[in-house]
Design a protein around this ligand. Structure first.
Ligand code: ADP
Length: 335
């Protein structure tokens, strides 16, 4: 689809440019022809002579020389324009191809991403659905005990929760993307947001006996943003820190600032992420080998974090050492 569009657009751009240059060259040639060609230049010199601007006599011999000089100049111009336009026949298609790449390249990238996204979503939806279908079919195959039915319901509920989590995340992602077009920012106190998230996740950390330490900033720091999106962004980072830190680990959440940003640091003593994967973890549906932590997820959490930060003109940095831990640093412009 894009190859055909590329060829068509290259031809169109080439024809447009060639048309422009040919019209320009023909225009120049005719203008010069009217000015110096076919004896016009002699008439002009004679006119100037009559107006007293030229001294001396202008005889027929001189007129012939001037006419020939005019014709030679015109001929030179014709050759120059022909050579230039001939050269452009080779240069323009190349330029048109580069321009086409610049126009269609980003569109193709978006198209590929959307195709990949649709296929990833379908794949992720199919897995829990087929698990549920299989379990229900087994349960219905013959009469079973009450505890067997209960077991089926429990596992179906788990899969439903996973599904609704996925749908929730996708919805957030779409809302964050939509937010890029219709920003409704208000003033948000970042300490409140982080504090709320920590109290929501405290129990989850306790279950793994993880110590969570929170250091708020000395003064209150406010940013312009959508509070629910900022909360979701911080939730995802701290939730990951809990998920990917072993029992009895430590997590430190610190808020500070530089001249332009509120800086939120989430430091854990967890599994760590190697250098190559530090860039990929922000891609949609990217997960580092799920078996290493035994956690279930869809690889959407950090891509959501990235989308929300893009929306707020923020940045995120990761530093990590395998086996020692990871620090995510979020920079949000102060309002
Ligand atoms: P999910 O957690 O659902 O897999 P995310 O997009 O939130 O998806 O994270 C992508 C991957 O990045 C995770 O699969 C995990 O391997 C890695 N990751 C994220 N946060 C951490 C962390 N604090 N420590 C180690 N690995 C992490």
């Amino acid at each position: 689809m894009f190859t055909k569009a590329r060829i068509r657009l290259t031809i169109l751009y080439s024809l447009l440019f060639l048309f422009f240059f040919w019209v320009f060259s023909i225009g120049i040639y005719y203008w010069m022809n009217r000015s110096i060609g076919e004896g016009t230049i002699v008439n002009q010199v004679k006119q100037q002579e009559q107006q007293g601007k030229n001294d001396g006599e202008f005889n027929d011999q001189q007129a012939a020389i001037v006419t020939t000089a005019g014709d030679i100049a015109l001929n030179q111009l014709k050759i120059a324009l022909l050579v230039l336009n001939g050269g452009l026949l080779f240069v323009i298609p190349f330029g048109a191809w580069v321009l086409t790449e610049k126009t269609l390249g980003p569109l193709q990238e978006i198209h590929e991403q959307q195709k990949q996204f649709a296929s990833d979503v379908s794949h992720e939806l199919r897995t829990p659905l087929s698990i549920m279908k299989g379990e229900i079919e087994v349960a219905l195959h013959k009469t079973r005990s009450l505890s067997d039915y209960k077991q089926t319901l429990v596992s179906t509920k788990e899969e439903t929760e996973r599904l609704s989590n996925l749908v929730e995340n996708l919805l957030f992602l779409t809302r964050a993307e939509k937010g890029k077009m219709q920003k409704q920012f208000s003033v948000v106190d970042i300490t409140d947001v982080v504090g709320q998230v920590i109290s929501n996740l405290h129990k989850k950390a306790e279950e793994k006996q993880i110590t969570m330490k929170f250091t708020p900033p000395e003064n209150s720091l406010v940013v312009a943003g959508e509070e629910y999106l900022l909360r979701q962004m911080i939730f995802n980072i701290i939730d990951n820190a809990i998920k990917y830190t072993n029992k009895k680990g430590r997590i430190a959440v610190t808020i500070s600032s530089d001249k332009q940003h509120a800086i939120i640091k989430v430091k854990d003593t967890g599994l760590g992420i190697n250098k190559e994967e530090q860039e990929k973890i922000f891609d949609r549906f990217y997960r580092i080998d799920a078996s290493r932590s035994g956690t279930k997820g869809y690889g959407l959490g950090l891509s959501l974090v990235k989308s929300i930060l893009d929306l707020h003109k923020g940045k995120i940095r990761v530093t990590s050492t395998i086996g020692k831990g990871t620090t995510f640093s979020v920079f949000l412009p102060l309002s």
